[in-house]
Write a protein that binds this ligand. Structure first.
Ligand SMILES: Cc1cc2nc3c(=O)[nH]c(=O)nc-3n(C[C@H](O)[C@H](O)[C@H](O)COP(=O)(O)OP(=O)(O)OC[C@H]3O[C@@H](n4cnc5c(N)ncnc54)[C@H](O)[C@@H]3O)c2cc1C
Length: 572
């Protein structure tokens, strides 16, 4: 058995890590109000794999022998558990389908190559034997970019890069590192930190996603304001293609025609397998602090975030939750368990009372978190400048206590999704980026679009949002939506999601800021990049992969009929 870590087969993350609400007194009431259900105590600790009804592998003996000849029988697995772990990502619909035994097309075999040469042999075998190859990183895809097409009749091979997990080389002078693509976030940071460096790329899925997956999906981490999106972080790479490797050397910049580097970033396995990546790395900083601020309104908070960005203070991140999300995150606060915490909770109540006295509408207030890094002096200087900016928008400085709490808890939220699923509630996310001038419109239109879907379904639904990832010309808006689902969950989910995606496009946003396209967002690609753009991509994929051996149906031309029909208003 290869020594590669995986998430639990039936949900997000690690076994025995759970969300609990019993110690959070405001949580059950807000869920009741948001989606109309009474919470029950959590019952599901694990799911017995014996309950999974897995379609049999269709691999032939000759194909299996050929693959075993490349990576060895011990790294070429056809057991049901391994195949199910690799069949899909971790979108909420992936998890529902897995729990309901609705496996569309499970890979027939999982191969764990141990070297770039083995990857090359696998890629060449895929063409020669007409196999479908799907690269697998951490399996955290949220846009259905890992599933084979349901109607795929050829043998499907999941290529798990997990054994390629080493930082190979650090160029200390240039601040560059050459790293194998299958390394998981924490394992990579551990190797870099040991030498005083960091990549600075921390997506919410950090613990369970890989460098290769980030590259292949055009990922963005929560600290992208300072360190950049993965597209800016990546300086070079090796991509294994039929017949040979495309090697892109690490360069600070180049004017050698259209960028091949950019072409491979976001290619979701359609152009080959990324085996190594050259990334820019940073010295670990001396000091780091996250400060929380409370704004009277969303508009004032958003304006402050823009002004912080324009001021060139260079924060590590600056994010603000809208009023709904602020209310929700306050409702996930634990009941005080010590005298100190009781005093602090009372202090918070007193603060809210004072704000109401001063004319604040506490239902409209919005919490923001800003992270500062550098030397102690840098941090102090930046905090002062940001204080000046937020004061002009009427903010209260809540300080580093809530900021530190946010920082500690940032990777826990996905477990809440699995808890809600057990309670019969879908909670999922959709994100976009739009110019600053359009953010308010996007925000409003997405709320209206989600509400129209909830009304049509006759459901009490919930939507909330935050702004993260600022750029010179705009920012990312990230929406979370939730509602109680029924037996018709596929249709219900697709209707809400479709309305939200369409609102992004219609309001001037992109269909995805960092979750990639996969099959989930593919129906909107023409609206996002124009018909001519899709034709060009189609031509590229046809020439690069004439036999459709490499993760076909992702980015464009997905076989997803339900989303397409809903998008076109053809399904009720
Ligand atoms: C709860 C949750 C939170 C998330 N938060 C974030 C976030 O904050 N920011 C963000 O950017 N994304 C986020 N995502 C989405 C997801 O984590 C990213 O898309 C991530 O980049 C996927 O990496 P992975 O290693 O898990 O890739 P996988 O899910 O295994 O694969 C994703 C795609 O990349 C391809 N691929 C993987 N490795 C390679 C390779 N070596 N060569 C070629 N193709 C490859 C796969 O074939 C597939 O098409 C989140 C997802 C979830 C479920």
């Amino acid at each position: 058995m290869p020594n590669v870590k995986h998430q639990k087969w039936w949900g997000w993350g690690e076994e025995n890590v759970f969300f609990t609400y019993e110690n959070k007194p405001a949580f059950a009431p807000i869920v009741k109000r948001a989606v109309g259900i009474d919470l029950r105590p959590r019952e599901r600790d694990t799911v017995d794999f014996g309950t999974a009804q897995v379609p049999a592998s269709r691999i032939t003996d000759a194909q299996l022998a050929a693959l075993q000849g490349i990576s060895g029988a011990e790294n070429t697995l056809t057991d049901d558990h391994d195949r199910v772990i690799h069949w899909a990502g971790k979108s909420v619909t992936d998890i529902i389908k897995t729990l309901q035994n609705r496996f569309d097309r499970v890979p027939d075999v999982v191969v764990y190559p141990g070297s770039e040469d083995e990857v090359q042999a696998l890629v060449d075998a895929a063409v020669e034997l007409d196999l479908v190859l799907i690269p697998f990183g951490g399996g955290s895809s949220i846009s259905r970019s890992l599933q084979a097409r349901p109607e795929e009749t050829r043998t499907v091979v999941s290529v798990d890069l997990g054994r390629l997990n080493q930082v190979l080389e650090i160029d200390e002078t240039s601040g560059l590192a050459r790293i194998q693509a299958g390394v998981l976030g924490p394992d990579m940071e551990e190797q870099l930190n040991a030498r005083g460096w960091t990549l600075g790329h921390f997506p919410d899925s950090f613990n369970h996603s890989t460098l290769g997956g980030w590259a292949a999906t055009r990922s963005s981490g929560m600290q992208s304001d300072k360190y950049g999106d993965i597209a800016e972080i990546i300086r070079g790479m090796n991509v294994v293609r039929p017949g040979g490797i495309v090697r892109l050397r690490p360069l600070p910049s180049t004017s050698t025609g259209p960028s091949l580097r950019e072409m491979f970033i976001g290619s979701e396995g359609r152009l080959g397998i990324i085996t190594e990546v050259w990334v820019q790395i940073h010295r670990q900083t001396e000091a780091r602090e996250v400060i929380a601020y409370m704004f009277p309104t969303w508009q004032q908070g958003l304006t402050a975030m823009r002004h912080i960005h324009e001021s060139e203070v260079h924060t590590t991140f600056a994010r603000i939750s809208d009023a709904r999300e602020t209310e929700f995150s306050l409702a996930t606060q634990k009941a005080p368990t010590s005298l100190k915490k009781t005093v602090s909770a009372k202090g918070q109540d007193a603060l809210w009372a004072l704000m109401r006295k001063r004319g604040w509408d506490t239902d409209a207030m919005c919490i923001a978190y800003v992270c500062f890094e550098g030397t102690k002096q840098d941090v102090l200087r930046k905090k002062r400048r940001v204080s000046g900016i937020v004061h002009k928008q009427g903010a209260l400085i809540l300080g580093s206590g809530p900021g530190a709490l946010y920082d500690q808890k940032k990777f826990d939220t996905p477990y809440l999704r699995d808890f809600l699923l057990e309670q019969g509630v879908i909670g999922d996310v959709s994100e976009t980026a739009a110019p600053w001038a359009k953010l308010t419109t996007v925000h409003k239109n997405v709320y209206d679009a989600a509400q129209s879907a909830f009304d049509e379904l006759g459901k009490t639904g919930w939507i909330m949002s935050h702004m993260s990832h600022s750029y010179h010309s705009g920012a990312c808006l990230y929406f979370t939506f939730a509602f109680e689902y029924s037996d018709d969950v596929d249709h219900e989910y697709a209707l809400v999601k479709t309305r939200i995606q369409q609102a992004f496009i219609d309001s001037g946003g992109t269909l995805s800021h960092h979750h990639g396209v996969g099959a989930e967002h593919s129906p909107w690609m023409e609206q996002d990049v124009s018909e001519g753009g899709v034709q060009l991509l189609r031509g590229l994929f046809q020439i690069a992969d004439p036999g459709e051996n490499f993760n076909p149906g992702k980015v464009i031309d997905s076989p997803d009929t339900l989303h397409k029909a809903l998008r076109n208003g053809e399904a009720g």
